[in-house]
Design a protein around this ligand. Structure first.
Ligand SMILES: [Zn+2]
Length: 149
């Protein structure tokens, strides 16, 4: 099986996207650590690739995966990634044990949540909207937190 690094460097759109989503979802330190020495290489190899995307640009997701690696290298908490991409769904993040939904408005297309990171306790105001696809805008209430070890 090719490694995620090989996928990132492949110049093959579907493989790059596979690696991108693996990294966006990952909290596996061994998996992330393996990529840290190669961030610059990954950026160069994915730059200028026509990533496509129907309603939203896949290239933005590649950038987000790279930003996540940088945030991880900087020892920021996992939740530091939330404001950088609008596809983190509060209910799913809660199911994964990543956050706790403290409060939510009446269910509907347009909603707001208050969420707390289960790792660092950081609190976010989250707005949910719908423009072709659902999106969630995460705004931290406090300063950036570090991962606890
Ligand atoms: Zn956190």
């Amino acid at each position: 099986m090719p490694t995620l690094l090989e996928d990132f460097l492949s110049r093959d759109t579907s493989r790059v996207l596979h690696a991108t989503w693996e990294i966006i979802r990952s909290r596996d330190e061994a998996q992330l650590d393996a990529l840290l020495p190669h961030i610059a290489q990954i950026r160069t190899a994915t730059e200028g690739l026509d990533m496509g995307g129907m309603l939203r640009s896949n290239a933005g997701n590649v950038d987000h995966a790279i930003a996540k690696l940088e945030s991880y290298r900087g020892r920021e908490c996992w939740c530091a990634s939330y404001p950088g991409m609008d596809q983190y769904e509060p209910a799913k993040e809660q199911d994964r044990g990543h956050i706790r939904i403290i409060s939510a408005s009446e269910p509907g297309w347009s909603m707001s949540y208050v969420c707390e990171c289960t790792v660092c306790g950081g609190v976010f105001n989250v707005e949910q909207g719908d423009h072709h696809v659902m999106w969630w805008k995460w705004v931290p209430r406090g300063e950036k937190r570090r991962r606890a070890h």
